[in-house]
Design a protein around this ligand. Structure first.
Ligand SMILES: [Zn+2]
Length: 249
């Protein structure tokens, strides 16, 4: 293979390595924000359940006040019963007492409902808190692994950048310019392989004489369609056909 072509291939590999690392690094803030959003969501679930419990407890306190009020009324009426003079007054007082007793037991019933409700909400809180704890662990691990990856990517990028600078110094400036020009309009890929006569990126079939030239790997040949610089890689050897097994007797 011609040294020029070899260097172009190497330049492409380094450029791709740098670009991939850059893209992964650029995706990190989004991934971190995503992890934080998932954590915030789990925290919100806990807060919402706690809010429901506080509301239920407020309702219960209000009901307990009412129950105490009705209970006070019942005792008051019972106390007054002995002081009434007429049968009519006695009946009226008994009716008042019965009403207060009904109201009292209705309020007590509602207090009980709120207590049962509070138990369900407390279970929801426990569930949400467990989910939050799991989520926190996940997010912490995720952030640690992102940080680790970031360090690796930065090292890879720095290494590839130095290697590229070194390589560029050994290259013909015309070839570098050609590489840059094609890379700029072809999403960073200026050099690509063929092993079957198809450009491996744009998939166009090369003209036979072009393919013939590419097969030599000794000159700079560009794809007619996408302009990428082509080089030849022999096709993988076809798998050997298994000899047909004799049918079982
Ligand atoms: Zn092409």
């Amino acid at each position: 293979m011609s040294p020029d072509l070899e260097r172009l291939i190497q330049l492409q590999q380094l450029a791709s390595t740098i670009e991939e690392a850059r893209q992964r690094i650029d995706s990190h803030p989004h991934q971190l924000a995503d992890a934080d959003a998932r954590l915030a969501e789990a925290t919100e679930h806990v807060e919402a359940a706690k809010g429901r419990l506080a509301a239920s407890q407020g309702v219960r306190r209000e009901l307990e006040k009412q129950a105490a009020l009705y209970q006070g009324r019942v005792s008051k009426f019972k106390g007054q019963l002995s002081a009434v003079k007429t049968n009519r007054e006695y009946q009226a007082m008994q009716h008042e007492t019965a009403t207060a007793e009904q109201e009292f037991s209705a309020a007590e019933e509602k207090v009980l409902e709120q207590m049962l409700d509070a138990d369900l909400i407390a279970a929801d809180i426990a569930k949400a808190e467990a989910a939050l704890a799991t989520r926190k662990k996940e997010v912490t691990a995720e952030k640690a692994s992102l940080e680790e990856e970031l360090a690796t990517l930065q090292a890879t990028m720095a290494e590839a950048t130095v290697a590229r600078e070194t390589l560029l110094k050994t290259m013909d400036s015309g070839l570098v310019a050609l590489f840059e020009q094609v890379a700029k309009v072809r999403k960073g890929i200026a050099v690509c392989a063929t092993h079957d006569g198809l450009c491996s990126v744009c998939h166009v079939r090369l003209r036979p004489q072009v393919f013939q030239q590419v097969r030599q790997n000794d000159s700079i040949v560009q794809c007619d369609v996408c302009n990428r610089i082509l080089y030849f890689v022999p096709p993988p050897a076809p798998p050997k056909a298994e000899p047909a097994a004799a049918p079982a007797q």
